[in-house]
Design a protein around this ligand. Structure first.
Ligand code: IMP
Length: 435
């Protein structure tokens, strides 16, 4: 596949996880951000973890868009993001000291929608209580993400703009707490922060946040209207989408393309290029179905070779072969236009290489598996692929690797435009132009 198939790089582009998250979106966003005017987060919160390695230095971003590492790029947090002010301030300080820039410079190029829902102490407490004592264990990150989205949907949420007025904040927090008190006191039997303490905490953080707050919607709308280069940075992956994912083992936002149109911009200015990021194999962190999971030595080998530990929680990721019927579904569910295939270095040099090309389910063979089915009962059908030994340094791709990539492209019907061989910004190979 050559660039001639895609002659015109687009000016707006989304980067979306095509599996269960942790596909390596951060380094691709970081790379492409260098060409962008704006990088926009539109969903999720600090449950995300984007690890970027620059000049051997590891930087993990949870809430701040990866564009922050590029001086000419403005990073924007759209109203679809649930925002933990305390976590943000800590991350800002950490990032600042890691890359040696002053808070002042960040302030100029980091805009946060004042319409973002706030993650309160109550949300975080509820998240951890449910995980430890509730009826279903999802394996959440414990950051209060689900409960904060619940507050938003039930119209009891606190918005960032509320942090700027102590009286409004107090009134809203009081209303917000009414239904939670019986849960804390009677269902879980725990103590919880007094409203007055939470007001002071959040109001204090509001003062730090004030210079960053803005009308992010209008900012991006104008930028798109004026032909600026805008990159939308997804968090998690499509199989964790609240509507398109493996419910209930999902996160509470729309991680798929729709999240952009509810969390940042209007569909009147559609994103032109939607790049799905997929690992060359599959991983999942937390609970839930995983048809191609390898609970054998091969799974351990991939886990160790790929250093598969969650960037946010440090949990060991479950590992398995690439699942094409699920990938075909996520391509459709987000209208992906091309794929980036990451972590090929992990599979390189292995003696065995398999790929799942079908699910046996209730007497049928499925080649595109949607969450309509019970994924726990989907039996993966594998075909052997010829192992490859490519490294990033090689000038050309081996026939074996070309064939692995062609198998994926033929199956899902979109091209692989990027391949990744390691964690560094400089270990990505572009097979076409983006932005
Ligand atoms: P929550 O987003 O913390 O509510 O967690 C819900 C599910 O999404 C759990 O299975 C988490 O492990 C998973 N999850 C959340 N964020 C990420 C991520 O950035 N990468 C991978 N899995 C995630």
């Amino acid at each position: 596949m050559g660039p001639s198939q895609h002659p015109t790089p687009h000016s707006s582009m989304a980067i979306i996880g095509a599996q269960w998250g942790d596909e390596g979106k951060g380094k691709i966003v970081d790379y492409l951000a260098a060409k962008c005017d704006y990088v926009v987060r539109f969903q999720g919160g600090n449950n995300a973890g984007h690890t970027i390695v620059i000049e051997g230095k590891k930087i993990v971003l949870h809430l701040i868009p990866s564009g922050i590492l590029h001086p000419r790029c403005v990073s924007v947090i759209g109203h679809g993001v649930v925002f933990d002010p305390q976590a943000f301030v800590e991350e800002l300080n950490d990032t600042e000291s890691a890359i040696g820039q002053s808070l002042g410079r960040f302030q100029d190029r980091l805009r946060i929608s004042s319409n973002c829902p706030v993650i309160t102490s109550y949300n975080k407490l509820l998240d951890t209580l449910r995980e430890s004592q509730g009826p279903i264990k999802i394996g959440t990150t414990g950051k209060g993400i689900g409960p904060a989205y619940e507050d938003k949907i039930s119209r009891k949420g606190i918005k960032l703009k509320d942090l700027l007025d102590r009286d409004i904040l107090k009134e809203k927090l009081k209303q917000n707490l009414v239904e939670k008190i019986p849960l804390f006191e009677h269902l879980y039997g725990v103590s919880y922060p007094a409203v007055s303490d939470e007001v002071e905490r959040l109001y204090g953080l509001g003062k730090i946040l004030r210079p960053f707050l803005s009308d992010a919607f209008s900012l991006i709308d104008e930028a798109l209207k004026n032909g600026k280069r805008v990159l939308f940075e997804g968090a998690q992956g499509i199989l964790l989408d609240i509507d398109y994912g493996s419910y209930p083992f999902v996160t509470s936002s729309n991680t798929s393309i729709g999240g952009i149109y509810t969390g940042a911009i209007s569909p009147g200015r559609p994103v032109e290029e939607v790049l799905g990021i997929a690992k060359a194999y599959t991983t999942r962190v937390g609970e839930g179905p995983f048809p191609t999971e390898l609970t054998c030595a091969m799974g351990d080998l991939i886990q160790q070779k790929g250093h598969e530990f969650g960037a946010t929680t440090g949990r060991r990721r479950r590992c398995g072969w690439l699942d094409l019927p699920l990938l075909k579904y996520t391509v459709k569910a987000s209208n992906l236009t091309s794929l980036a295939l990451t972590k090929l270095d992990v599979l390189s040099g292995m003696d065995t290489l398999k790929i799942c090309h079908g699910h046996e389910y209730r007497g049928k063979t499925l080649t595109c598996s949607t969450p309509e089915i019970d994924l726990n009962k989907a039996k993966p059908l594998y075909k052997d692929c010829r192992p490859f030994r490519d490294t990033f340094e090689g000038d050309t791709l081996s026939d074996e690797l070309k064939s692995y990539i062609a198998t994926i492209e033929d199956f899902v019907g979109i091209p692989v435009g990027i391949i990744g061989f390691g964690p560094g910004r400089d270990q990505i190979r572009f097979m076409r132009d983006y932005l």
